[in-house]
Structures are given as structure tokens and as C-alpha cells.
Design a protein. Structure first.
Length: 202
């Protein structure tokens, strides 16, 4: 039950009891507001000394309450208070639950944001790993092409050297051939001149 023994402390600046509800409130409305609600009393969890049980502080219902629910809770607690000391104890306990609810909700949002950021970073890391694998394969292919190009360049250089050697050998053979053909031509020309023969032979 929410109503229990009251503390003896006063609020210093306010030493009067909670004023009665306005006359504009019907009796049914007053009874409805003054009637304790077990779910809200358990949510606020205000004990006789103003403490709030730890189990009730972490109730899931607290985290799902919105602003209007908290306003209604505070109004009910104040209306159910028998005096200023009781109202102060109730307000203190309700504020403590509200503070813990805000902290828990903020912590849940931080955890959710952290999880989302972690998932985004994980996806980015996977994308970077995939891109790195593609780049690694591209570098390997480029390396093979470079090696093949270098081998072809070496082979082409060797072939050019062989061509130069063959050209030199061909030039030497042409010179030698010319040197051999010139005496033969001269000999043939000498033997083909008429009237020129050795008289001793006949």
C-alpha cells in the first residue's frame, strides 16, 4: 500500500498541507485521482522512509512511461499524500525513479547507437577487406604482366643482338665473296681476249 508512516521533516519554504482540489473537480474525478493505482504506486515504489526498492526501480513499465504518465504519477502521489512531509517523501522517491528511468533510457539509446555504429563500421571494414582483396589480385595480375613484359623485352633485345650479328656476318660474307669473284672475273676477261696467246705453247 502506498500510504504509510510519514517523515517528520518539513519543506522549510512550504509549511502548509496540500491544498484541497478545486471545486470544479467533480467528486468522481477527485475519487479517481485520489484512488491509488497499484501499477503507478509500484512504479514509484515510495516506501515509508522515501526509499525506492531496487526491483521496482527497474520495472519495464517505468521505461515505457511518457511525459503525461509521469505528470499523472506525480499528481496522484501529491494527492495521496497526507501532509507536506509525506508529499516530500513521495516526490523524492518519484524523482529518483524518474532520474533512473532517464539514465536507463539514455543508456539504452547509447547502447543502441553504439551497436548501430559498430554494425556500420563492421560493414565498412568488410567492404574495405573486399576492396583490398580485389586490389591485391589486381596487383598480382599486374606483377605477372610486368614480369611477362620484362621477359619479352629481354627476348626482343636478344633477338636484336642476333640480328646485328647475322647482319655483320652477312656483310663479311659479302666482302669475302666480292674478293673471290673479282680475280675470277679478271681471269675470265683475260682469257676471252682474241690474239693473245703464248707462242711457246704451240
Amino acid at each position: 500500500m502506498c500510504n504509510s508512516q510519514r517523515n517528520s521533516k518539513a519543506w522549510g519554504w512550504l509549511s502548509v498541507d496540500v491544498p484541497p482540489m478545486p471545486l470544479s473537480f467533480s467528486q468522481n474525478q477527485q475519487n479517481k485521482l485520489r484512488k491509488p493505482r497499484e501499477e503507478h504506486c509500484s512504479i514509484a515504489g515510495v516506501a515509508a522512509n522515501g526509499d525506492v526498492p531496487a526491483k521496482e526501480q527497474t520495472a519495464p513499465e517505468v521505461f515505457s512511461m511518457d511525459g503525461s504518465d509521469w505528470v499523472e504519477l506525480f499528481v496522484r502521489e501529491m494527492l495521496n499524500a497526507s501532509n507536506i512531509d509525506d508529499a516530500r517523501a513521495r516526490a523524492s522517491g518519484a524523482l529518483e525513479v524518474l532520474e533512473k528511468s532517464v539514465r536507463a533510457r539514455a543508456g539504452a539509446e547509447v547502447a543502441q547507437n553504439f551497436h548501430q555504429e559498430n554494425m556500420v563500421l563492421k560493414e565498412q571494414l568488410e567492404a574495405l577487406i573486399q576492396e583490398n582483396n580485389i586490389l591485391t589480385q589486381a596487383v598480382a595480375v599486374q606483377h605477372e604482366l610486368q614480369k611477362e613484359y620484362e621477359n619479352q623485352s629481354k627476348e626482343l633485345k636478344h633477338l636484336k643482338q642476333l640480328v646485328s650479328q647475322y647482319q655483320e656476318q652477312l656483310r663479311i660474307l659479302e666482302v669475302n665473296n666480292y674478293a673471290l669473284t673479282m680475280p675470277l672475273k679478271q681471269a675470265l676477261q683475260s682469257s676471252s681476249i682474241p690474239g693473245r696467246f703464248n707462242p711457246d705453247v704451240f
